[in-house]
Ligand binder design. Structure first.
Ligand code: ATP
Ligand code: MG
Length: 361
């Protein structure tokens, strides 16, 4: 699949921008703070339904305006489509696909498939497990959009159980109702655990294979899902054992909201023993595997978004990444193209203070 046109109104520093992009490789070049990542963000928003930079959607609306629109025209299965997002300060955003309003915002995911390479994500092995859970949750959502509902449901039950735990501290008789909430937590939690497990099982060989290539066969990479509870029985048992402490804390300490994912390089935990470069390469290998995974699932090529990767990866990694992009629509942002071996055809755009112009040679 590929995008043909991006239309922005009052989005970040773009007041009115129409951008026709090529179905192959597009490079957006510009100094810092000109609006390159804002373009990547607008495509991400149309694909995933939210920003990768902020949880506050109002930040995406131009500071001097009250509302914004992002429209992405794309071709999928040889059919032309338009996904349009309307944002207004103080309101929930509204999304239309081919003019028809979506009932639920979660229906955005599953329409435009992307794989993003961003400086932030290259660092996730240094971050907390919650950052990694979010990273993989988004990845899974693209393959299985209904997974969003499972997450929302689990979080709702978790919140209610936590409220109950706090109430039990003051009113011990309420403890009788905990079993009901345990059952709900376990049934919604097991859905997450099973989906995560199946996803990692499916992608792990692909990740290993990509890393062989990235590391010139010098390193062996393995990705593992590290669930807090593996089975229903373990979940029940752990909830039971932690009940007293959970009541004291007013917080559920057991369940998939405590899961993590571990990358092993040559059988050692990459987050603990890997160098910064090795950690970035691990994520890069994962991302390359994600491309294949999406392609397999949808029978369509995903769109690749490469935000500022040339500043985060060394030239050999960049070249290995670039050698993969030829068959995909790719949008690359960078401050400079000098120093890279760009042995492919590309369209060049200059980004300057919220205005984009194509550079013709
Ligand atoms: N809501 C907004 N309204 C107006 N301008 C905004 C808004 N949000 C961000 N900006 C502006 O957008 C610019 C940053 O854009 P962006 O992050 O895309 O830069 P960039 O070109 O990717 O830079 P870098 O090379 O540093 O990554 C800044 O000038 C910032 O002030
Ligand atoms: Mg940027």
């Amino acid at each position: 699949m590929y995008i043909t046109k991006i239309n922005l109104n009052n989005f970040r520093n773009y007041l009115k921008q129409e951008l026709n992009i090529d179905k192959n490789i597009n490079i957006l070049i510009g100094d810092n703070a000109q609006g390159k990542t804002n373009i990547i963000e607008s495509i991400y928003l149309a694909s995933i339904g939210k920003s990768f930079r902020t949880n506050y959607e109002e930040e995406m609306i131009n500071m001097s305006n009250e509302n914004a629109t992002v429209s992405i025209e794309y071709v999928k299965n040889d059919k032309e489509n338009e996904l349009k997002i309307f944002m207004e300060k103080g309101q929930h955003k509204l999304v239309k696909i081919n003019g028809i309003k979506l009932d639920k915002l979660s229906q955005v995911v599953g329409n435009i498939q992307i794989v993003i390479f961003s400086p932030d994500e290259l660092q996730i092995l240094k971050q907390s497990p919650s950052v990694r859970r979010k990273f993989f949750d988004i990845s899974i959502t693209q393959i299985k959009p209904v997974y969003i509902y499972d997450i929302l449901q689990y979080n709702k039950v978790l919140k209610q159980r936590n409220t109950l735990l706090k109430q039990i501290r003051y009113n011990n008789s309420l403890i009788e109702t905990i079993d009901v909430w345990n059952e709900k937590l376990i049934s919604s939690g097991m859905k997450l655990i099973e989906t995560r497990k199946a996803f990692i099982e499916k992608i792990t060989n692909k990740v290993a294979e990509k890393h062989q290539y990235i590391s010139d066969s010098k390193e062996k990479l393995r990705l593992e899902y590290n669930p807090n509870c593996t089975t229903k029985e373990e979940f029940i048992d752990k909830l039971q054992k932690s009940l007293d402490l959970d009541i004291q804390r007013g917080y559920t300490s057991v369940g998939p909201h405590k899961d993590d994912y571990i990358f092993y390089i040559n059988d050692k935990d990459l987050s603990k023993y890997g160098s910064q470069g090795q950690q970035r390469s691990g994520i890069l290998s994962y991302k390359l595997a994600e491309i294949d995974n999406l392609k397999e699932e949808y029978n369509e090529n995903p769109i690749l978004l490469l935000d500022d990767v040339t500043s985060e990866l060394d030239s050999s990694r960049v070249e290995k990444l670039f050698s993969h992009i030829n068959e995909y629509q790719t949008i690359i942002t960078c401050t400079d193209i000098i120093g890279f071996n760009l042995n492919f055809k590309y369209n060049l755009f200059k980004v300057s203070n919220g205005i984009i112009e194509e550079v013709k040679d």
